[in-house]
Design a binder for this molecule. Structure first.
Ligand code: GUN
Length: 284
């Protein structure tokens, strides 16, 4: 029977530390770190994600601004808007919520963000530095996953086999890189992989980030594995669930993260941490 690892509890501790930091800055009469979140259009899941980010900022006393732009905004107008945030000294972190409307080139927008304010870690400079193991902003979900592993004592991953199911730019690819940086032997599986179950069953650390409800069955999991579930899905009864068949897999794994209260809250905590890091780099 696995230990259930509540990211929500780890995130709570991180947020308490950040809140104390905000309080200290306030008492010193300093400017506070500020995160600007840009939401284009009315994508319902995106709206719920950005609301969560704003709420977390408020909870710890970090300055924040949610900027809502119309669905039909032109690419040029959005790029001009980002440029304004880039040159605004009061802004430390910029996050443009994805996905963007189809008429806007997502890469162009991510490239337009000043890398010094790229708290999402999606700029090619941030991603390149991650590959080179240079100091940079690490995107929030992969960073949160690594923090969970540290928390359960999985820091040095030498000799460990990690399997990442999913190859997205936001999670799969960067987390695979981070696991490699910690000396794990990493295999990335995706929708075109044959025999995913056989590969997954060899994992000491299994990261599920494919976006399919309860895709990972207990038979795919090695006894004693660490299972990190990144999925946020709705099942056939509209119930929130992860990419892992939690009830069955928890009987086999040594550690497992639940959905909700697992990786999700860690993503937000890492965003706050990255924003403070951006502020500290700027203020010196
Ligand atoms: N859409 C889904 N996840 C994310 C995220 O972590 N950052 C941004 N900007 N958009 C997302």
């Amino acid at each position: 029977m696995a230990e259930i690892v509540y990211g929500s509890e780890i995130a709570k501790k991180i947020k308490a530390k950040l809140a104390a930091k905000m309080q200290a800055l306030k008492q010193e009469g300093k400017r506070l770190p500020k995160l600007c979140v840009v939401l284009v259009g009315n994508h319902p899941a995106s709206l719920s994600y950005v609301t969560g980010k704003e709420k977390a900022c408020r909870e710890i006393g970090m300055e924040n601004d949610l900027i809502r732009l119309p669905q039909d905004i032109s690419e040029k107008a959005l790029l001009d808007f980002i440029q304004k945030l880039n040159v605004d000294d009061a802004v430390d972190g910029i996050l443009v919520q994805l996905p963007l409307p189809a008429h806007i080139d997502e890469h162009k927008v991510l490239f337009a963000i000043d890398p010094a304010k790229d708290v999402d870690g999606f700029h090619p400079i941030s991603l390149g530095k991650l590959m080179l193991q240079e100091d940079t902003f690490i995107s929030c979900t992969p960073k949160g996953i690594m923090r969970i592993l540290e928390e359960i004592g999985y820091d040095d991953l030498s000799g460990k086999k990690a399997v990442v199911v999913g190859r997205s730019n936001i999670v799969g690819k960067p987390v695979a890189q981070l696991l490699m940086n910690k000396h794990a032997t990493v295999t990335v599986c995706h929708s075109r992989t044959k025999n995913v179950e056989e590969i997954a069953a060899q994992a000491d650390i299994l990261i599920a980030a494919i976006g399919k409800p309860r895709y990972i069955h207990a038979s795919w999991v090695k006894e004693g594995a660490v299972v990190i579930d990144v999925g946020i899905n709705r099942d056939e009864n509209n119930k929130l669930c992860g990419d892992v068949d939690f009830e069955a897999v928890k009987e086999k794994a040594a550690y497992i993260t639940p959905v909700p209260k697992g990786v999700g809250p860690m993503t937000i905590a890492m965003l706050l941490e990255n924003t403070l890091e951006a502020y500290e780099k700027k203020e010196g």
